[in-house]
Ligand binder design. Sequence first.
Ligand code: ADP
Ligand code: MG
Length: 240
Amino acid sequence: MIEMRGVNKHFGALHVLQDIELTIGRGEVVVVIGPSGSGKSTLCRAVNRLEPIESGTILIDGRPLPEEGKGLARLRAEVGMVFQSFNLFAHRTVLQNVSLAQIKVRGRARAEADAKSRALLERVGLADQADKYPAQLSGGQQQRVAIARALAMDPKALLFDEPTSALDPEMINEVLDVMRRLAHEGMTMVVVTHEMGFARSAANRVVFMADGRIVEDRAPEEFFGAPESERARDFLSKIL
Ligand code: ADP
Ligand code: MG
């Protein structure tokens, strides 16, 4: 579903992605962990072409990333992204937030889009919040709206970049529960997170990044049981 081959990128002198090789199959859930600044967000953003790369190739479902225009809008719909900071439209209702791109990018009629939005809001436990504005919701609820909005595009894969890092502790689980359910239903997911419980329970693989490189890429039980690299052992000793 997602293939990165020899991907490199710099920010000035900083080699932020170094010879990245990563293949993510349909229905796989890959958790990406690593120290702050190791390139996790840049990796996610590269897959969605929010960051251009300098060399290498990225294939989505066997096809190279489109350069721009319509193809790019379609790609971003097919590979949805959920950010730490929700990014909802403040002056639109919850329902409008979920419907907007369906109408603009997918070309759905408003009634059809709204019906789908209501079904998705029900799925993330927010059926009764459709007519509120984002500021009237808790952080956990806003993040679930963001997930519903991404799902509304019928994505082939979803990227999550620290989706619970901005949330108060008591709201983290309501978001992780939605993500666990998606994983269980077979959604292809890349999840940057510090939630090691989620990594253990929902991931097929853990990718550990440090200094722009993928240092380990293994099953969670292997990774947490006996990390191979000094970097990973050091990282885990700090967060666990
Ligand atoms: P992570 O998500 O693992 O914390 P990032 O991918 O956000 O890491 O960043 C990796 C490195 O690239 C960091 O050192 C960060 O400061 C740098 N960086 C990220 N985005 C930019 C940018 N737009 N311009 C310059 N440097 C950046
Ligand atoms: Mg980041």
